[in-house]
Design a protein. Structure first.
Length: 333
């Protein structure tokens, strides 16, 4: 009788261990199951964002022990950002870096990140995108098939790079400034004093060269990478946008991953975003010195003059005016 009881006790323990083991297996990655992710970005392989993407690749592959293979493609080799977002939404194993523009088309509130002077600097930008308010907007993207891994990839402050000197808003009068064509960015340039011209970035250089446009609004790494110092004369450091971008994947592909892998992707996207952002801040100073050496006049303008003009922007977008009040409350302004 005693042996029978001992046998039943031992059997029960074994069943419990087996059940726990099965539960653990269900919640963790199958050692034989592998996944692949193709990261496509618009930047070239010299850009800090590319270096960040490569760090993401290395860290994810190491932490998943090869369970997730990451391939990085620069210079839009896999297609445009818009194309990759569409592919991700229908289940493709692709990721891309995108700004608030395309995401704002899906969830309007995210568009506020493109409003002029919505944040004063990178620190405020980081505070905003990590806030509960912003995270609540991010969560709504899931309905559209998009998952944000992290929104902390800082590509830089956007300034005005022009063929003639701009020191005050009045100097923008009559100048055609290239934008990405969105209504928000167009209006921001217009209220600051310029004429907006939607144009593909690849057409910025020939556009400046041929006089189709008189300038662009862009960040240093883009200006430098596109060799625009060859066709511009000056840069006004207006800092009207803080270009924070997101590494995104499709929810269908993301949800197919084991929870362990999902957490690793989010962690390492955040880490890589911080790395790329810090590197970009350092590089910006190098780019500025290089552009000075190429004969470009770098002008530290009175930002308050441009900020005052930019306030008119919110009269055109009543919903964004209300959102700005929420953002200011979140930032303690």
């Amino acid at each position: 009788m005693k042996k029978t009881i001992q046998f039943l006790y031992a059997s029960t323990i074994l069943l419990l261990i087996s059940a726990c083991g099965q539960e653990s297996a269900d919640n963790n990655a199958d050692a034989d199951e592998t996944f692949s992710l193709n990261v496509g970005i618009a930047m070239n392989d010299k850009d800090p964002m590319y270096e960040g993407a490569m760090q993401f690749k290395q860290a994810v592959e190491e932490r998943t022990r090869g369970g997730v293979e990451v391939n990085v493609f620069s210079s839009s080799q896999l297609g445009s950002t818009a194309d990759l977002l569409e592919q991700a939404k229908v289940g493709a194993n692709v990721a891309t870096l995108t700004d608030a523009g395309p995401l704002g088309d899906m969830v309007r509130e995210i568009s506020i990140l493109q409003a002029p002077y919505i944040v004063d600097d990178l620190d405020e930008g980081r505070e905003l995108v990590s806030s509960e308010l912003f995270r609540s907007w991010e969560s709504e993207l899931v309905v559209h098939g998009v998952k944000v891994l992290s929104f902390n990839w800082f590509q830089g402050e956007r300034h005005l790079a022009t063929t003639q000197q701009v020191l005050v808003p009045e100097d923008l009068s009559g100048l055609s400034i290239r934008t990405n064509g969105t209504s928000i960015v167009n209006k921001a340039i217009e209220v600051m004093g310029g004429n907006s011209t939607g144009l593909a970035w690849a057409e910025a250089y020939p556009g400046l060269q041929q006089g189709v446009i008189d300038g662009v609004e862009a960040h240093y790494s883009a200006i430098h990478g596109a060799r625009l110092p060859e066709v511009i004369d000056s840069i006004a450091k207006t800092g009207h946008f803080q270009l924070l971008t997101a590494l995104t994947v499709g929810t269908t592909w993301f949800d197919s991953l084991p929870v362990e892998y999902q957490e690793i992707l989010i962690d390492e996207s955040t880490n890589a975003g911080e790395y790329a952002s810090s590197l970009n801040v350092e590089k910006a100073m190098e780019y500025e010195e290089q552009m000075k050496g190429e004969g470009v006049s770098i002008n530290q303008v009175d930002i308050e003059l441009f900020r005052e003009r930019a306030d008119r922007f919110y009269d055109e977008f009543e919903d964004l005016k209300e959102l700005r009040e929420k953002v200011n409350e979140t930032l303690g302004k």
